[in-house]
Design a protein around this ligand. Structure first.
Ligand code: F6P
Length: 323
C-alpha cells in the first residue's frame, strides 16, 4: 500500500478532525502517501482530492466539524457515480480508502469494495452511536455532554417556574444519546425507540412525582421515539394534564458541533490509526472499533446491519432513580 485517501461522509461528528489527523500522521509515519477527499463521496466523484502532509492536520485536534467537509451523496448511490469515483482514485494510483462516517457511509463503502475490489476500512464517526462493532462511535460522548449541559440549564428554568419540559435529543432511530443524557440529567423519564413507553405511562409517572411533591419534571425524548417527537408527545400529554405548564425544547444540531471531549479525541485518534494500520496490514471491507478497550475489526456489512441494543440496565435504572 503506497497511496491512500481519506474522507468524511454523512452527518459530521465532534472528533472527526482528530481521526483525520491520526490517519494522516499515521500514514506519514508508515511512509504511505495520503490524500484528502473533500465533501465525502461527492468529492470522490468530482475528483476533489488533494495531497495532505503533516501540516495539513496541525491545530485541528481540538476543532469540531470536519476540515475535509462532509455531504450525503445521492450520486454515490448509483453504479455510475461509484464508477466515476473509482476512476478518479485509479487516476491518482490510490490503492486504499479510509471512510469516516456512519451507516450510510459504510453502506457505500461496502458496495464500493464489492464492485471494484477497492480496499476500504471505516472509522465509526457519528453522534448516534448506532454502529455494531464498537462500544462508542466518534462524537457520541461530546454530543451527550452537549445535551447534558442544555438539560442542566433547562432544569434551572423548569424549577423556577414549576414547569414540565419535554426535551428532544438527536440519535436518528437510536436512543443512545437520550438514555445517557437523560440519566446524567436526572430526567423523570426517558423515551427511546428501543422500548415502548405509552403516553398513559408518561402521565402516570409524572403524576406520581408531583404527588410526592416534585414541582417540575424533565422528560427526555429520542427523536426516533415511536410515540412521536417531543412536540407530538407533549400535545398528547396536554390533553390529559391541564393544570401544569408544559414546554418543549428540541436541542437539534447544537449536538453535532463543538470541541470534542477528551474521550472523543482519544477514541478518534485510536480509531483513525487503527483504520490506517488495518488497511496497511491487508484488512478490507471492515470497520475499526474499540470493544472493551481493544481494537477490533468488524465486517462493514455487520457493522451496519447487526443491532447494537441499549443496555437494559440503563433503562431499568431510569425507572428506579425517578421514585
Ligand atoms: O446521524 C447524525 C444525525 O445528527 C442524526 O442524529 C439526525 O437524525 C441526522 O443526523 C440529522 O441529519 P441532517 O443534519 O442531515 O439534518
Amino acid at each position: 500500500m503506497k497511496k491512500i485517501a481519506v474522507l468524511t461522509s454523512g452527518g459530521d461528528a465532534p472528533g472527526m478532525n482528530a481521526c483525520i489527523r491520526a490517519v494522516v500522521r499515521g500514514a506519514i509515519y508508515h511512509d504511505v502517501e495520503v490524500y484528502g477527499v473533500r465533501y465525502g463521496y461527492e468529492g470522490l466523484i468530482k475528483g476533489d482530492i488533494y495531497p495532505m502532509n503533516s501540516y495539513s492536520v496541525s491545530n485541528i485536534i481540538q476543532r469540531g466539524g470536519t476540515i475535509l467537509k462532509s455531504a450525503r451523496s445521492k450520486d454515490f448511490r448509483t453504479k455510475e457515480g461509484r464508477q466515476k469515483a473509482y476512476g478518479n482514485l485509479k487516476a491518482l494510483a490510490i490503492d486504499g480508502l479510509i471512510t469516516i462516517g456512519g451507516d450510510g457511509t459504510f453502506t457505500g463503502a461496502h458496495l464500493f469494495h464489492e464492485e471494484f475490489g477497492m480496499p476500504v476500512v471505516g472509522a465509526p464517526g457519528t453522534i448516534d452511536n448506532d454502529l455494531y462493532g464498537t462500544d462508542n462511535t466518534i462524537g457520541f460522548d461530546t454530543a451527550v455532554n452537549t445535551a447534558l449541559e442544555a438539560i442542566d440549564k433547562i432544569r434551572d428554568t423548569a424549577d423556577s417556574h414549576d414547569r414540565l419540559f419535554f426535551i428532544e435529543v438527536m440519535g436518528r432511530d437510536s436512543g443512545y444519546i437520550a438514555i445517557e443524557s437523560g440519566i446524567g440529567g436526572g430526567a423523570e423519564l426517558v423515551m427511546v425507540p428501543e422500548t415502548q413507553t405509552t403516553v398513559e405511562q408518561v402521565i402516570q409517572t409524572l403524576k406520581r412525582g408531583w404527588q410526592r411533591s416534585k414541582n417540575y419534571s424533565i422528560v427526555v425524548i429520542a427523536e426516533g421515539e415511536v410515540e412521536g417527537k417531543a412536540l407530538e408527545v407533549a400535545a398528547k400529554v396536554r390533553e390529559h394534564i391541564v393544570d401544569n405548564d408544559i414546554r418543549v425544547s428540541t436541542l437539534g444540531h447544537i449536538q453535532r458541533g463543538g470541541r470534542p471531549s477528551a474521550l472523543d479525541r482519544t477514541l478518534a485518534s485510536r480509531l483513525g490509526l487503527g483504520a490506517l494500520e488495518g488497511l496497511i496490514n491487508g484488512e478490507s471491507d471492515v470497520m475499526a472499533g474499540i470493544i472493551n478497550d481493544h481494537l477490533v475489526y468488524t465486517p462493514l456489512n455487520e457493522a451496519i446491519t447487526k443491532e447494537k441494543p441499549l443496555n437494559p440496565d440503563l433503562i431499568r435504572m431510569v425507572k428506579i432513580l425517578n421514585v
